[in-house]
Each structure stands twice: as structure tokens, then as C-alpha cells.
Ligand binder design. Structure first.
Ligand code: FAD
Length: 406
């Protein structure tokens, strides 16, 4: 990887500018560098590449994720094949357990969970009821389950709502399940199955040596230079069509000249425009790490605390990475309101009509600038899994390579 200091760079040497080195930025940077033979400058405000996928060894030598546990899973063969170029894979299917007053049950809530919650006989009877109502091996959202006018289904729905969704959602979002966008609760359905895996995708696993080496490999190209610890908002000068608050962006100046090549921007749009319409709402997280002199502490990669505790979940990294060591490190996640951009990280966009409209105001300011491409979970104010972002980055790269004649 070629690292450089922003103050030393000659901006006229670059054909494209990428802000952010998560999957959105890194995939586009690599594609433009390789396929379009474009010199690409990547600007990253953190001290490392890899965005939220960044991992590193902690003081006790355990490989840990610094911005939330990341498990790769996809049905998109193109995204999976693309990453094969930069990493080998460790076969891994993530399993999540709910800690229900000290008893573990699989999440998504499934036929096995029903038997743990209600006993074998009643659990099986409820499973049959679910199969009858929705079909076998089906995923049903909690809203769909709760909408049925049937006494037995209502009993199952009430149990799952109360013991799996309600407290967890209150902790995670500071809102009840009714108040969050249905797409959010739909991410954890009820699964009418005995399959305890958290994901059923065709391709799932973990990068064999971790995510950071994957990113370092992707960004190691002679056409790519990377400036770390460089915030785009402090090196960009923005020009607008007029002095009006809503005036569209007309150019991005870097080191005194308008940058005319593609600018792929993967940071938050509100920060770029200095929050002129107010900050976009997010949820943030605090992570607390604990290391124990034990091989393993938990029976699965992640345990969700759905009825007790202030934290939402604990991840034990060794399950994910397969690392063999005498000690183990776990990470507790404490959801927080996002109210201090200097200290906190915006993790989850709070999706609702009002916030989408708020984002729309920022987004419209970029529409007229033909070489400006907002991409990724922050710039698009959406929740995207890694594979979706890789797919979107490859689509944008195809478009940009085609217009560069490559
Ligand atoms: C807690 C958590 C767990 C997750 N787990 C999974 C999972 O298990 N599986 C899965 O598929 N997905 C998971 N995701 C989603 C995954 O994190 C995203 O898909 C991924 O981060 C999207 O990549 P990105 O490049 O859009 O954003 P990011 O990874 O956030 O990268 C954006 C980069 O831009 C940089 N940046 C921002 N502003 C500026 C600026 N002004 N100047 C310079 N640089 C800037 C940031 O520092 C960052 O490095 C999870 C998300 C969260 C929050």
C-alpha cells in the first residue's frame, strides 16, 4: 500500500478521488486503478484503511473487530468471487443465541427455540401450527406473525415479541418495535426451521487472515495512493451555484483547483455540508472489550441479551476467526444516541420518512455535480450489508470505467 502525506501530493496527478476506504471506496479505487489505469487518491480520516471492517490483534494477541462484528455472507456470487482475489476464506456459519434469563435459545427464533421456550411437546405443536399457517422453512417477520387473528399464533407472537424483540429493540434503537422502520425488524425474522445458522446465504465465511489484510491487498496497486488521517471536509473547498442555503454544489476544489475527475464520496453527506440543515440522526455504539484466561467463554459467536442487561450483545471473536489461543476476548455492545460527531461514530442510520426527507435535502445538493458520486452506507444514509456495498461499488466502477473507455 502506498501511503502519502496530503500536504505533499500533487492533485493534478490524479484522475479520481475517493473519500473513505471501506468497501465502497476501496472497491471503486481498485477497479479504476486497474481497469481504467487511472491514478486514484484515497483520502481516509481514520488512521487505518478498511472502514468499519477494520480488525487488529489486541494486547493479548486476539484478533478483534474494532467497529462491530463483521461476518461475510452473500448470495451474490460476483461479490464473493471479487473478494477471492484478495483473500482466502475460513468456512464459518454464524450462530447467535439469545440469553433468555440464563437459558440459551437460537436466534432467529426457530423450531428449536420454540421447544426450549415451551417444552418439547408444546413446542412441536406450535411448530406444526406455524408450518400450517406459513409453510415449512419460511421466514416470517414479527409484524406478519402478529397480524394473524389466531389464538395459538398470537401466543407464539406475544412470546417472541416480548422475549426476543421488545427489550432488544428498545436498547438498540431507543424505540419500540412499532416505532422502528419495518425493514429493521424484518432483518431478524422468525424462521420456521431447525436451521440454527444466523444466515442462510450460499456463500458465508470469514477472510482467512482477517479483514485488514484483505483491504491492504485491495489497495496495494501502483496507481493508488492513500492519505490516512485526512478528513475530506477539511481539504475540500466547496463551490455552490449561489449563496442560497439550498444551492446545489457546482464544484469541489482541492488544493486550489476544481477536481474534474470522478469523486467517490463515502462519508456522511451532512458532515460534508457542515450540517447546514441539521445533523442526520444515527445510533452509535460503545464497545467494551474483556479478555479472559480461558479458551472460550460463550457457546456461540454472538449472544444477544434480549431480556436482561444494558448491552445488546456479546461477541466472542475466536468463534468467528477460528484463532487458537489460551485466552479469549469478548466485546459487549452498548447502543447510544449519536450526539457527538467528534467522539462518536455514526453506525446505524435511523430510517423513517422524516429522516429520509432530511437526507434528501442533502442529496439533492449533489445532484447537479456530474463528477460527484455519493456511495455507501454513510453517503446514502442506508443500512447495507458488505456484499451489497461491494455490488454497488462494482456497478459504479463499471459505469466509470465505461465512460473512461476502459
Ligand atoms: C455494528 C455493525 C455490524 C455490522 N456487521 C455486518 C456483518 O456482519 N455483515 C455485513 O455484511 N455487514 C455488516 N455491517 C455493515 C457494514 O459495516 C457495511 O456494509 C460497510 O461498512 C459498508 O462499507 P462503506 O464503505 O459504505 O462504509 P464504511 O465501512 O463505514 O467506510 C466509510 C469510510 O469513510 C471514512 N470517512 C467518512 N467520512 C470521511 C471524511 N470526511 N473524510 C475521509 N474519510 C471519511 C470512514 O472513516 C470510513 O473508513 C455491520 C454494520 C455495523 C454498524
Amino acid at each position: 500500500m502506498q501511503l502519502c502525506d496530503f500536504k505533499d501530493i500533487d492533485i493534478s496527478a490524479y484522475g479520481a478521488l475517493v473519500v473513505g476506504s471501506g468497501f465502497a471506496g476501496s472497491v471503486v479505487a481498485r477497479e479504476l486503478a486497474e481497469r481504467a489505469d487511472m491514478r486514484v487518491l484515497v483520502i481516509e480520516k481514520r488512521t487505518h484503511v478498511g472502514g468499519n471492517m477494520y480488525d487488529e490483534h489486541d494486547e493479548s494477541g486476539i484478533l478483534v473487530h474494532r467497529y462491530g462484528p463483521h461476518i461475510f455472507h452473500t448470495n451474490d456470487k460476483r461479490a464473493f468471487d471479487y473478494l477471492q482475489r484478495f483473500t482466502g476464506w475460513r468456512d464459518y456459519s454464524h450462530e447467535v443465541l439469545a440469553d433468555w434469563y440464563g437459558t440459551y435459545m437460537p436466534v432467529p427464533f426457530n423450531k428449536n427455540s420454540l421447544e426450549i421456550a415451551f417444552g418439547q411437546e408444546q413446542g412441536q405443536a406450535y411448530s406444526e401450527k406455524l408450518v400450517e399457517a406459513f409453510g415449512d422453512e419460511r421466514k416470517v417477520t414479527i409484524n406478519e406473525l402478529r397480524s394473524r387473528q389466531d389464538l395459538e399464533l398470537a401466543k407464539i407472537a406475544d412470546f417472541v415479541y416480548e422475549n426476543v424483540f421488545l427489550h432488544y429493540t428498545l436498547k438498540q434503537w431507543g424505540l419500540t418495535p412499532e416505532e422502528v422502520d419495518p425493514s429493521v425488524t424484518a432483518r431478524v425474522p422468525v424462521f420456521i426451521s431447525r436451521d440454527n445458522r444466523y444466515f442462510q446465504d450460499a456463500y458465508q465465511g470469514m477472510p482467512a487472515s482477517g479483514y485488514t489484510p484483505l483491504f491492504e491487498g485491495m489497495l496495494a496497486h501502483e496507481n493508488i495512493d492513500i492519505c490516512l488521517s485526512t478528513d475530506a471536509t477539511s481539504v475540500f473547498e466547496l463551490e455552490f451555484e449561489s449563496d442560497e442555503e439550498n444551492a446545489p454544489l457546482s464544484a469541489v476544489y482541492v488544493k486550489g483547483s476544481a477536481f474534474l475527475g470522478p469523486i467517490i464520496y463515502t462519508g456522511p453527506l451532512d458532515e460534508l455540508f457542515l450540517s447546514r440543515f441539521g445533523r442526520l440522526p444515527y445510533r452509535s455504539l460503545d464497545f467494551v472489550y474483556e479478555t479472559y484466561a480461558e479458551q472460550y467463554l460463550l457457546p456461540a459467536g454472538t449472544v444477544n441479551y434480549t431480556v436482561t442487561e444494558d448491552y445488546t450483545r456479546i461477541t466472542e471473536f475466536k468463534h468467528l476467526t477460528g484463532q487458537i489461543a489460551a485466552t479469549t476476548t469478548i466485546m459487549k455492545e452498548y447502543p447510544r444516541p449519536y450526539d457527538d460527531p467528534k467522539r462518536q461514530i455514526p453506525y446505524y442510520a435511523i430510517i423513517n420518512d422524516q429522516n429520509n426527507a432530511h437526507y434528501g435535502r442533502y442529496r439533492r445538493m449533489t445532484d447537479n455535480l456530474g463528477n460527484f458520486y455519493p456511495l455507501g452506507r454513510l453517503a446514502e444514509y442506508r443500512y447495507y450489508n458488505m456484499d451489497v456495498i461491494i455490488g454497488r461499488a462494482l456497478d459504479l466502477a463499471d459505469k466509470l470505467c465505461a465512460s473512461a473507455g476502459a
